[in-house]
Design a protein around this ligand. Structure first.
Ligand code: SF4
Length: 192
């Protein structure tokens, strides 16, 4: 991979941020009694873009822990996903392709998966200073699950502190490794 060495320091720091994120997500999920058991609208098929170099490095760290044979298989799938995505985009068709790191419904790099893979699904809010609070309703399965709930059952999963911590760590990382490009890639693109 053509990226600077991902130091132990950054690996630990992003791991801590993800721990806090997972805790916040699980608290919210428990309060709604919502448990993701997989569904037809599998979010691992969504063409999510990831926006930080530190998540990229962490994904690669997870990938590097896989056996060589598995790595080769994942890379092959990532190449296919990138090629098929290009074709679908050229035909103005929606892109829904399984993430190359998903194997039989399980994430091969679960501990190292990026932020959106951790937070997706549950209703959340974002508090940007000077702007009204942005509310996002969650995935289809979550919305369906919550139909019977009352307004007072609303639990605020505020993503703001998590986004801020990620942005601060990304800034520190970019400063240290003198990176000035912005980052925007899918998992398949990160892998190839
Ligand atoms: S990285 Fe893991 S959780 Fe995220 S989309 Fe891929 S398989 Fe799913």
């Amino acid at each position: 991979m053509n990226t600077p060495e991902f130091s132990e320091k950054y690996s630990q720091l992003i791991g801590l941020i993800f721990e806090q994120m997972d805790q916040a997500y699980h608290q919210a999920a428990a309060s709604y009694e919502f448990f993701c058991n997989g569904c037809e609208d599998n979010c691992c098929e969504t063409r999510f873009f990831h926006h930080t170099h530190i998540e990229w490095e962490y994904v690669i760290e997870g990938f590097n822990h896989l056996p060589k044979q598995k790595q080769d298989h994942v890379i092959k799938k990532a190449q296919q996903v990138c090629e098929q995505s290009k074709e679908l985009i050229a035909q103005h068709l929606p892109v829904r392709l399984m993430c190359p790191l998903n194997e039989k419904g399980n994430c091969l790099i679960y501990t190292y998966r990026p932020m959106i893979c951790r937070l997706h699904g549950i209703a959340h809010e974002l508090q940007i200073p000077g702007k009204p609070i942005q509310y996002t309703p969650g995935c289809e399965a979550f919305i369906h699950h919550c139909k019977a709930l009352k307004k007072e059952d609303y639990y605020s999963l505020d993503r703001t502190p998590h986004y801020i911590r990620m942005a601060q760590l990304e800034q520190a990382y970019k400063r240290e490794f003198q990176i000035d490009q912005r980052f925007k890639m899918t998992i398949a693109e990160m892998l190839i």
